[in-house]
Design a protein around this ligand. Structure first.
Ligand SMILES: [Fe+2]
Length: 310
């Protein structure tokens, strides 16, 4: 008998919060390359967004460049409470039930056994103007993250059991897995086997392929390079191009990701660990370089967030 399909308790990726050594450089990259709007800036933090939401990228001045937390947006307090109950039942580390941002009503922050810090939170207010001017490419929204995990099968099971994420696709050995939230994007969270745990990349969703040309030209004006792409992933069917930002995080520009709104069983694909089944990773043919394969940003040792001003 088929196992019941989990019901997602989260709608989509909510925010990415990063610790950065050079806050000015991180803001400059997020605005001048990605094209985010700076919503709020103090001496020690910045809130940036690509759309009406008040914050999608949160930057905090710190002594190292590391991931502070990945935010996953739940529809309401009931869903957040259900996640908290599941965290307690499964014995996972529940770090806090205080939201990391003052305009989030309810949240619970958990830590996976491998140290990924996830904040499941009620919606971030959509109180910004629908469009903004300024430099950069201007994405539509935060798209997804890919976690690095020494035990991707366990990581994927946790994301399904605790958050209700649905497995869209995985490789036969589960070296790579992609899970979707309620909005149906092929993946809001990907998981990739890695020697050490952390974040492999974060992704912004762009509108069209010409945005990728703009990315290349903007990087070129600063004598910088793409790491991989442009191309089209086999899993998720999304267009991609990657670069490393000035704080060392791998950033993907993504477009046209597949949307799955039914309860189809996960697709299981043959792909050796060396990614030699090129159609899985890039239908256009260019394989990922070693710099992409080996990239890793680690999570910061968790500490209670100091409340922001707003
Ligand atoms: Fe990606």
């Amino acid at each position: 008998m088929a196992l019941p399909t989990p019901t997602p308790l989260v709608t989509c990726l909510g925010h990415v919060t990063l610790d950065v050594i050079d806050l000015d450089a991180a803001i400059a990259d997020a605005t001048d390359i990605v094209g985010l709007r700076l919503v709020e800036r103090t001496q020690d933090h910045a809130l940036l967004t690509s759309n009406r939401r008040r914050a999608e990228l949160v930057l905090r001045r710190a002594g190292e460049d590391a991931v502070r937390a990945i935010g996953l947006e739940a529809p309401d307090a009931t869903a957040v409470a259900e996640v908290a109950a599941r965290v307690r039942r499964t014995g996972l580390a529940l770090l806090t039930d205080r939201p990391s941002l003052p305009f989030i009503a309810h949240a619970v922050t958990l830590e996976t056994p491998e140290g990924h810090v996830l904040e499941v939170h009620t919606p971030i207010p959509e109180d910004q103007a629908i469009r903004h001017g300024g430099p950069g490419i201007h994405p539509r929204r935060l798209c997804h993250v890919n976690l690095a995990s020494p035990d991707p099968m366990a990581c994927q099971a946790l994301l399904s059991d605790v958050l209700g994420l649905k497995l869209s696709e995985r490789t036969e050995a589960c070296d790579l897995a992609w899970l979707r939230a309620a909005d149906g994007r092929h993946h809001s969270v990907g998981v990739a086997r890695s020697a050490s745990p952390g974040l492999h990349h974060l992704a912004w969703e762009f509108a069209q392929f010409s945005d990728f040309m703009r990315l290349g030209d903007l990087l070129d004006t600063q004598d910088r390079l793409m790491v991989w792409g442009p191309g089209r992933h086999g899993c998720g069917d999304n267009l991609f191009a990657y670069y490393v930002d000035r704080s060392g995080f791998l950033v993907e520009c993504s477009a046209e990701m597949e949307v799955i709104l039914d309860d189809r069983p996960p697709s299981v694909i043959a792909c050796p660990p060396d990614l030699s089944n090129i159609k899985v990773v890039n239908r256009w043919g260019a394989p990922p370089p070693r710099a992409w394969i080996e990239h890793l940003s680690r999570f910061a040792v968790w500490r209670e967030t100091v409340a922001l001003a707003s």
